[in-house]
Design a protein around this ligand. Structure first.
Ligand code: UDP
Length: 319
């Protein structure tokens, strides 16, 4: 297959390119390198079935491909709030460009949507049929509403033009290749702990998240994208939740990181950012039923691997 991965040099995109290249597909990785990094894909440049194009999806592009994974968009609050207008453009204009491409070359397209479409959820855990509770003018709106509009575009192209869509709602994911400076809770806590700096818990740390290790997420993305429709009665368009349903309080995550890093850091409490969702946990029964999705990596094991990664990049930059 010829497969386009937009945002392919980012955290999730780079792991996806890795797996697809190793499975023998011809992979075109497209990224504007705003929050993606060449370091994440440099090891793939030696493969003849891998190609990198520096391009911003807000500009049209024509490529002959069979499948498109649309992952392009900064995903951490720091990065997507830095230029909110650009975030909306990436989600809306970028999505239009990618759906136009899919329509033209008859490619299947997977949209990386997000648990943020549920906002600060009033239903728990979140099932795909929950419509969400999003502040349309808040700090997170550029991302949340951008992703909601992108979903609406996918379903409109599907209904109107029969484009083969797969919409997946990704919950908090972590692992190697996360950016050290993007302010996500797991990278922040690990880096603070490794440097014996205070661990910054926002609010009282009572808010929850459910953390999925990157390898489990990639397995889910690939199973879903390659799933063929065996019955005309089943619509595989989605949306489908992907994530790990084990829910943790942020304060407990801080304590676990301290333990695993054997750090001397102390916990310090900071102001909770506006519109920070208080609970988040995916109901993944649909993904389980359709393609046997079942995350294997528990938080402790995943954190150990991620700590190892951050230790390595720090040792490398220190030497
Ligand atoms: N958080 C925290 N300390 C940090 C960074 C984040 O307590 O240094 C909290 C944040 O307020 C949120 C949770 O951890 O409740 C997850 O934050 P992240 O930015 O990783 O993801 P998102 O809020 O988009 O789920």
């Amino acid at each position: 297959m010829r497969i386009l991965v937009t945002g392919g040099a980012g955290f999730i995109g780079s792991h996806l390119c890795d797996r697809l290249v190793k499975e023998g597909h011809y992979v075109i990785c497209l990224d504007n390198l705003y929050s993606g990094s060449k370091d994440n894909i440099i090891h793939l440049q030696k493969y003849s079935n891998f190609e990198f194009i520096r391009h911003d999806i807000t500009q049209p592009i024509l490529l002959e491909v069979d499948m498109i994974f649309n992952l392009a968009c900064p995903a951490s609050p720091i990065h997507y709030q830095n230029n909110p207008v650009k975030t909306i453009k990436t989600n809306v204009i970028g999505m239009l460009n990618m759906l136009g491409l899919a329509k033209r070359v008859k490619a299947r397209i997977l949209q990386a949507s997000t648990s943020e479409v549920y906002g600060d959820p009033l239903v728990h855990p979140q099932r795909e049929d929950y419509w969400g509770n999003v502040n349309p003018i808040g700090l997170r709106a550029c991302y949340d509403e951008g992703k909601r509009c992108a979903e609406a575009l996918c379903f409109s192209y599907h209904k109107q033009n029969n484009v083969d869509i797969r919409v997946v709602r990704i919950f908090n994911t972590y692992g190697p290749n996360m950016l050290p400076n993007d302010g996500r809770v797991i990278s922040n806590f690990i880096i603070q702990a490794l440097n014996n700096k205070p661990i910054t818990v926002y609010g009282k740390g009572e808010q929850t998240r459910s953390f999925c290790y990157i390898d489990d997420l990639i397995e889910g993305l690939i199973r879903y994208m390659f799933l063929e429709n065996s019955s005309k009665n089943v619509d595989l368009s989605g949306p489908i939740n992907l994530g790990n349903p084990n829910e943790f309080k942020i304060i407990d995550l801080a304590k676990l990181v301290l333990k695993l890093t054997r750090s001397n850091s102390k916990i310090t409490y900071k102001k909770l950012p506006p519109d920070d969702p208080s609970r988040r946990c995916p109901d993944i029964s649909l993904a389980k039923r359709l393609f046997g999705f079942s995350p294997k990596t528990d938080l402790r094991t995943g954190l150990e691997k991620t700590i190892e990664y951050f230790r390595k990049i720090y040792n490398r930059s220190a030497n």
